[in-house]
Design a binder for this molecule. Sequence first.
Ligand SMILES: NC(=O)c1ccc[n+]([C@@H]2O[C@H](COP(=O)([O-])OP(=O)(O)OC[C@H]3O[C@@H](n4cnc5c(N)ncnc54)[C@H](O)[C@@H]3O)[C@@H](O)[C@H]2O)c1
Length: 317
Amino acid sequence: MKKVLVTGGGGFLGSHLCQRLINDGHTVFCLDNFITGSEANIEHLADDGRFHLLKQDVIDKIYMEVDEIYNLACPASPPHYQADPVRTIKTSFLGALNMLELAKQVKGKIFHASTSEVYGDPDVHPQPESYWGHVNPIGIRACYDEGKRGAETLCFDFHRQYGVKIKVGRIFNTYGPNMDPHDGRVVSNFIVQALSGQALTVYGNGGQTRSFCYCDDLIEAFVRMMNSPDDITGPFNLGNPEEFTILELAERIRGILGSNCSIVFKPLPQDDPRQRRPDISLASEHLGWRPQVRLEEGLKMTIEYFDRLLSKQGGNI
Ligand SMILES: NC(=O)c1ccc[n+]([C@@H]2O[C@H](COP(=O)([O-])OP(=O)(O)OC[C@H]3O[C@@H](n4cnc5c(N)ncnc54)[C@H](O)[C@@H]3O)[C@@H](O)[C@H]2O)c1
């Protein structure tokens, strides 16, 4: 059994990862400053003797004896990462630097949570890992996109220069329970709006595409990647290659809920990608991994979560 550090462990994906690692019998150190995460996501783990919470910023250096590090700390939704862009790029770059330094010191392995945003608004579709991307380096999304690109550069330089064992996963849109209802991601926005009887907000004409991966599928990929042989570094695209337009997603959610709530259209934000779909051939070949949860099934589990949250909070999210 291993000692595992999860940065951003109080967030949406981090909380599922902590749970999975505890289930697998490991000791877990969850580091989070809760800027976007929530203690409610991990409170059920607090009584487990193998779970340790460190309320700390990943921008600050840390030393601890661990075998593995999953570096997830970073605000992930545009409203959150654009609220304090300087802090976002610092978190992405300095956080990765600190965790790579730690991995080097303890001779441990590090999984770094990168993103499909490294491809920017892609000219190549679907996006293979060999595509270098189309990112506006000075736009309002750059604090995140370029922060993540710089962090990937650091990972590969630590690997080449110091032999640090790295695993870089480029995560595509993922959804599921524990998402923050207010962080402006499309799946949680639509579900919360539909459950509260509001109109669904679509940016642009809704013809832009995304592919949506259920959180359990993604966490399985993280763990498989961490357990893969040392010469497997990635970057690997991790996501669900089924592609839907935003309007199709709205229709699915309305269909599951039997809701006829209306749709309001708002202007598309700057640099919003027109299309997104991962080519997951490398992850499939090297990790034997493919997402298993269909959109309909994943949406139902996510809707149940938000429905419970809504009832707990007396109808207000
Ligand atoms: N969910 C997705 O669809 C998606 C897609 C691409 C990439 N990712 C990446 O996966 C990771 C997790 O994303 P998520 O969806 O769980 O987002 P999230 O916002 O729910 O989780 C991020 C966590 O990091 C913490 N954090 C942020 N800055 C920190 C700092 N300076 N020090 C310590 N903790 C800090 C937050 O409090 C939060 O708990 C992020 O790195 C994100 O970029 C997620």
